[in-house]
Design a protein around this ligand. Structure first.
Ligand code: SAM
Length: 285
């Protein structure tokens, strides 16, 4: 509702008017589900606070609802990356309204090295396009030390995979990678009716904050490879699913203290960390 909340006073036209003026009908091929609810965009921006001294990066600003909330809530160095060229004039208008604070990149977020966009602390905030959300998150995880926090809107099903524990249906590769590297929380759910057009499922905002101390410092590429093998065939016992690793699986599991008949979903994050350590020791010897 554009007429409520403090953000109605940011001096820019209401979002629905912006959409109408610029003919920004949401397009499926760009994964576009826009947020008009200022309470909601404000809540997401505040969850990523403080924004003043950070390099803030937003993926897929679209018509700029969340962008405006981030600027309103103090972002002084915000870079947005948007693939749909129709949004550029609107984003330029916002940029003119906040001189020097908003930088717009016209392009595909998958092609941008976001660590080059400004100094640490870097915070990513986004209502992600669903078709590339997980892929983007995996890319950021591989260089997570570059970021102070990721505050991301996903389909609830993906958010649940991020925070899931062992022996649950949602527990998988994404859970292990996220939880080894970060403290992960679902902050709140967002009903589908908050979006225009409404997506088929409920969404949720997740926050990931890199752990100061991960315990063991393991090779991330190895952890990614091992979790891929283990969960790639999640119904199989590990002695079968890990065969693709080209290593003596019996010895690997024995040295890591894991029974051969266990399945991937029964292993804790710590188990996967130990498995990775032993794997790399064996591969190096
Ligand atoms: N942030 C806006 C909001 O909350 O109302 C729009 C969110 S919409 C779910 C996702 C946005 O990401 C769309 O504007 C879409 O055009 C953009 N997008 C889709 N794929 C992208 C990509 N690969 N790189 C950058 N932007 C992308």
């Amino acid at each position: 509702n554009d007429t409520t909340g403090k953000l109605a006073n940011d001096g820019l036209p209401p979002l629905r008017e912006v959409i109408a003026t610029h003919g920004l009908s949401a397009q499926k091929k760009f994964g576009q589900n826009f947020l008009f609810d200022l309470n909601l965009t404000g809540r997401i921006a505040r969850a990523a606070a403080p924004l003043e001294d950070a390099t803030v990066i937003e993926i897929g600003p679209g018509p700029g609802g969340l962008t405006r909330a981030l600027l309103f809530h103090g972002a002084k160095n915000l870079t947005v990356i948007e693939r749909d060229p129709r949004c550029q004039p609107v984003l330029e208008q916002i940029s003119n309204h906040y001189p020097g604070a908003l930088h717009v990149i016209d392009g595909d977020a998958l092609d941008v090295d976001v660590t080059k966009l400004g100094p640490a602390p870097r915070k990513i905030v986004a209502n992600l396009p669903y078709n590339v959300g997980t892929q983007l998150l995996l890319g950021w995880l591989m260089q997570i030390d570059q970021f102070a926090s990721l505050t991301l809107m996903f389909q609830k099903e993906v958010a649940e995979r991020v925070v899931a524990g062992p022996k649950s249906k949602a527990y998988g590769r994404l859970s292990v990678l996220c939880q080894y590297l970060c403290d992960c929380d679902i902050l709140f759910d967002v009903h589908r009716s908050a979006f225009t057009p409404p997506p088929k499922v409920t969404s949720a905002v997740v926050q990931l904050r890199p752990k100061a101390d991960r315990g063991a410092d393991i090779n991330l590429a190895s952890l990614a490879k091992i979790t891929q093998a283990a969960f790639g065939q999640r119904r199989k016992m590990l002695r079968a699913s890990l065969k693709t690793l080209n290593i003596n699986v019996g010895e690997l599991l024995d040295k890591a203290g894991i029974t051969e008949t266990a399945r991937a979903e029964e292993l804790s994050v710590a188990d996967f960390v130990r498995l990775t350590q032993v794997h790399d020791e064996m591969a190096a010897s």
